[in-house]
Design a protein around this ligand. Structure first.
Ligand SMILES: Nc1ncnc2c1ncn2[C@@H]1O[C@H](COP(=O)(O)OP(=O)(O)OP(=O)(O)O)[C@@H](O)[C@H]1O
Length: 247
């Protein structure tokens, strides 16, 4: 498990200041979501953590090791599952681990079974539904040797029903494994349902303008989403985001 700290991060693209002295922390085994308006810099934050971009200023630390500009320290799951079409499901889920060590195929098969994909281990991505492909990509993230996972709107392309099923599935797996997760979404309900904490980003330049601690008991189920406390939290976050958009 891992603790991630971003300290005083500044990032510009040309004249445009995207992040200005951003501070952010994800504790060991914590599920933290980032909510913010489109274009506020959420993907930029992921690219900085993943070492694809260099910060102009500030430190990024994973378990006290500075990882500014260093690739391969975290496991990243993008919006689209990006599976290799010529590799089977099993070959896809062991892809990241293969880069570092001999893959444990038995463990991969067990994870696929827990993801309801046991019968598809030897299938190819085109034979799967959108939700199944997302599950394959998430199993690949979980099997990666990196214990910090960044998830960039993984369910945005799914229909409402599949999305809810995927959220429940993700929670059930996360509650057993407890990896540290930084999750980006535009969906307030999804963020509340999944997270321990939600960070709301303001834009231009982005910074954390408000933090919500989500203390609903775990394990969580969908009944929670109809409770008064859940709807109150949703309203409060919505109003905070509205405030950002009205600026
Ligand atoms: N490589 C780049 N070069 C120049 N500008 C960039 C680059 N990457 C991102 N930007 C700019 O940085 C800003 C933040 O983009 P980013 O993709 O991080 O936002 P986001 O919050 O993830 O957006 P969305 O919610 O729509 O996915 C945008 O104005 C974008 O145009």
């Amino acid at each position: 498990m891992s603790t991630l700290v971003l300290e005083n991060i500044t990032k510009r693209f040309g004249e445009q200041m995207i992040l200005d002295k951003l501070d952010l922390q994800v504790n060991d085994g914590e599920f933290v979501s980032l909510l913010g308006p489109s274009g506020s810099g959420k993907s930029t934050i992921f690219h900085l953590i993943g070492g694809l971009y260099q910060a102009d200023q500030g430190m990024i630390r994973l378990d006290n090791e500075t990882i500014n500009g260093k690739k391969g320290s975290i496991s990243y799951m993008p919006q689209t599952p990006s599976l290799f079409p010529w590799r089977t499901v099993l070959e896809n889920v062991i892809l990241n681990v293969e880069l570092y060590q001999k893959p444990d195929k038995q463990k991969a098969l067990e994870m696929l079974e827990r993801a309801g994909l046991k019968d598809y281990a030897n299938a190819y991505p085109h034979e799967l539904s959108g939700g199944m492909r997302q599950r394959v990509a998430f199993v690949r993230s979980l099997l990666s040797p990196q214990s910090f996972i960044c998830l960039d709107e993984p369910f945005s392309s799914l229909d409402e029903f599949t999305r809810l099923e995927m959220q429940k599935w993700l929670l059930s797996i996360w509650e057993q494994e407890r990896p540290s997760v930084l999750f980006v979404t535009h969906n307030i309900e999804e963020a509340i349902f999944l997270s321990d904490r939600i960070l709301v980003l303001g834009s231009k330049p982005a910074n954390v303008i408000k933090e919500f601690s989500i203390d609903f008991e775990r394990p969580r189920n969908e009944k929670l989403t109809l409770s008064t406390a859940f709807l109150e939290t949703k309203k409060e976050i919505y109003q905070t985001l509205r405030g950002v958009l009205d600026v």
